[in-house]
Ligand binder design. Structure first.
Ligand SMILES: [Mn+2]
Length: 232
C-alpha cells in the first residue's frame, strides 16, 4: 500500500438511509426488501422514522430525527421517500461531500423533475454539510415546501449543490396537499409562506439546534433495518 494514502480514504463510508413514514404499510413491505437487495455492495443501514402522534405529518422533522439517531455511526445520509424505487446503477448512492439530489428522473413526474428547482424525494448529503446548514427546518407541518427550504439553506451556506441522474419508479398513493383536484390545503399555503420568509437568521434558530422529540419504541425489522416510532 502507498504509505501516503490517508487511512480515512481507504475505509468505506457508511450510509444511513432515512425514511420518513406514516400509514404506508403497503409501501414499506415493498420498499425494504427492494432496497436491501439494491444496496447490496454499499455499507448502509435503513432507518424508518415513523410519526405516531396525531399532529400533521412533518417530513423534514422526521428526517432531522433520523440524522440525530444515526449520525454517530454513519458518514453520509440519504433522505428517501418511501414511494420511490431506484432503477439505475446504485453508484448514485455512493459517498458525496455535497448536498446531492438523486430523484431527478422520476416516473410520477413524467420521468423528470417535479419542477426545475426540485430538491425533494431522494437527497444525499455528508455529515459536515448537514450540520453546517443546521439540518432541515422543524416547522413545516403537512405537505410541501420543506424540500425547497432545505435547498435554500444549502445555497445560503454557499455549499456546492450536485445532481446525479437517478431513475425512480413510483409507488402509487392518493394525491398530496396541493394536487388533490387543484385545491391547495391551508397547511401547504402556510408552508409556502414560511419558505418565502425563511432567511439565514431563521435557519440558525430552527433545525438540528432546537430539535425535540421522543422515541417511543425501537424495533429491528431485519439486520439492516430499524423502525423508530417517534412523537414529535
Ligand atoms: Mn409521494
Amino acid at each position: 500500500m502507498d504509505h501516503n494514502t490517508a487511512y480515512t480514504e481507504v475505509v468505506a463510508k457508511n450510509l444511513s438511509l432515512i425514511v420518513p413514514y406514516r400509514n404506508r404499510d403497503e409501501h414499506l413491505n415493498i420498499f425494504i426488501p427492494y432496497m436491501n437487495k439494491y444496496l447490496n455492495n454499499i455499507n448502509y443501514s435503513i432507518n424508518i422514522i415513523e410519526q405516531i402522534d396525531n399532529k400533521p405529518f412533518n417530513r423534514a422533522k422526521l428526517l432531522n430525527i433520523g440524522f440525530d439517531l444515526t449520525h454517530k455511526k454513519h458518514d453520509y445520509f440519504c433522505f428517501h421517500d418511501i414511494d420511490m424505487l431506484p432503477e439505475c446503477d446504485n453508484q448514485i448512492y455512493s459517498y458525496t461531500e455535497y448536498p446531492t439530489h438523486l430523484a431527478t428522473y422520476v416516473e410520477q413526474f413524467n420521468w423528470g423533475l417535479a419542477y426545475g428547482e426540485y430538491f425533494g424525494g431522494v437527497t444525499l448529503i455528508d455529515k459536515n454539510s448537514f450540520i453546517k446548514v443546521n439540518g432541515f427546518s422543524n416547522d413545516y407541518w403537512g405537505w410541501g415546501a420543506e424540500d425547497d427550504d432545505f435547498l435554500k439553506r444549502c445555497k445560503n451556506s454557499n455549499l456546492q449543490i450536485y445532481r446525479r441522474l437517478g431513475k425512480y419508479k413510483s409507488l402509487y398513493h392518493k394525491p398530496n396537499g396541493d394536487t388533490s383536484g387543484g385545491i391547495v390545503s391551508a397547511d401547504t399555503l402556510k408552508n409556502r409562506e414560511l419558505f418565502r420568509n425563511a432567511t439565514t437568521e431563521t435557519y440558525k434558530l430552527n433545525g438540528l439546534s432546537n430539535l425535540q422529540y421522543s422515541v417511543e419504541c425501537e424495533q429491528k425489522i431485519d439486520n439492516k433495518t430499524t423502525l423508530y416510532k417517534v412523537k414529535i
